[in-house]
Write a protein that binds this ligand. Structure first.
Ligand SMILES: [Zn+2]
Length: 367
């Protein structure tokens, strides 16, 4: 990711297979407009970069070999409902226009492009995208006892928050010395957090002897003060591992001021784990698996990290969600302002509640 200095005006991903048209747009947007422009002539490569990095605007040609700009738009929308997209075509047809609208293209530009309208469109769309992200801003903190706990329990949900434009942070209480070389696991944690679009806070408590009081509560409180989360995820109390239970207890104290608190399932959860919130993660499952796969030193020795176990668990919880794959959460608290806006709608769309959920303070509760 580029620093704020060279991306202040906006990062634009330009997808254009015609070298002449690409050169014109790069010159106009980069040199005259002052934007940070990245060009890709290959729509498949562009789609990957669009998913993996953060952009202020995507401008795509429609007529390209391999994948049309409209197909690219459709795929992109599965992961990122908010990034502004302008589609460019030399042949405006009804089919193109309908498809572009259905997949929420923000602007339809006709070739040949002209300099002034192109810059004006880019300025307007970058501003629109940034405003949409700010309006729906939630701040999410996920607290886990060990490296990989958060990724297994809530990795797909966190990625969903990220794609909805929310700020996401992960706090891991130990460096997992008992489970592998400390430095290696710290690096793996950082890589995994990057895949989920999350900031990582790594504490250094003693593995297998996390206390439910201090220093655990103080360490959590420090991060909560800094991050100021509106949503908190942590371990369930229904877990056979004492580190997980004590992390849960400490988080309940340190996070007492957070309006929404949910508990995820660990591989060591007991049968008492009783979720009532199910978050669909169909579009996030592959990202979740990639985040877990980042723990390479563990994936070869720990059976609970096997992709088929992760997938089949999510497939099972999908029974309770309007999704094929889901993550499940116990609800500790579900109140406080949920800001309206496209970001919230995008994320909440995949959520389902079991009928037993009766928190009357929930603003979305069905009367
Ligand atoms: Zn753990």
């Amino acid at each position: 990711m580029t620093g704020p200095a060279d991306s202040a005006k906006g990062r634009i991903l330009l997808v254009e297979d015609d070298p002449e048209a690409a050169l014109f747009a790069i010159r106009v947007l980069g040199m005259r407009g002052g934007f940070d422009v990245t060009h890709s002539a290959d729509p498949a490569v562009a789609l990957r970069r669009a998913r993996e990095e953060s952009w202020d605007l995507v401008i795509t040609d429609i007529e390209m070999p391999g994948m049309t700009g409209l197909e690219l738009l459709e795929q992109l929308r599965l992961h990122d409902p908010l990034v502004p997209v302008a589609v460019v075509t030399a042949h405006v047809t009804v089919d193109n226009a309908v498809s572009a609208l259905r997949n929420r293209a923000d602007e339809f530009l006709e070739k040949p492009l002209r300099a002034e309208p192109l810059i004006e469109t880019a300025v307007a769309l970058v501003a629109k995208g940034r405003a949409a992200r700010l309006a729906g801003r939630e701040v999410v903190l996920a607290i886990g006892a060990h490296p990989d706990d958060v990724e297994i329990g809530a990795g797909g949900t966190l990625l969903g928050h990220h794609h909805a434009g929310h700020q996401v942070a992960i706090l891991t209480m130990t460096r997992g010395a008992r489970g592998g070389l400390e430095d290696q696991r710290a690096e793996e944690s950082a890589n995994s957090a990057r895949i989920l679009g999350a900031d990582l806070y790594l504490e250094d408590l003693d593995d297998t002897s996390i206390s439910e009081g201090d220093p655990t509560i103080t360490a959590m409180s420090r991060v909560i003060e800094q991050v100021e989360p509106t949503i908190l995820y942590t371990h369930s109390i229904h877990d056979v591992h004492q580190d997980h239970r004590n992390t849960h207890r400490a988080a309940m104290v340190a996070g007492r001021g957070v309006g929404r608190v949910y508990c995820f399932q660990s591989p060591s959860a007991t049968v008492e784990f009783g979720p009532s919130l199910f978050v669909g993660i169909d579009a996030q499952l592959s990202g979740k698996l990639a985040a877990i796969d980042a723990f390479v030193s563990q994936t070869t020795v720990r059976e609970y990290l096997e992709p088929d176990l992760i997938s089949s668990t999510a497939r099972y919880w999908g029974r309770f969600a309007q999704a094929r794959y889901a993550e499940a959460f116990e609800v500790v608290r579900d109140r406080g302002a949920i800001r309206s806006g496209p970001a919230r709608d995008a994320h909440e769309a995949g959520r389902s509640r079991s009928t037993s959920e009766t928190d009357s303070e929930d603003p979305h509760a069905i009367a």
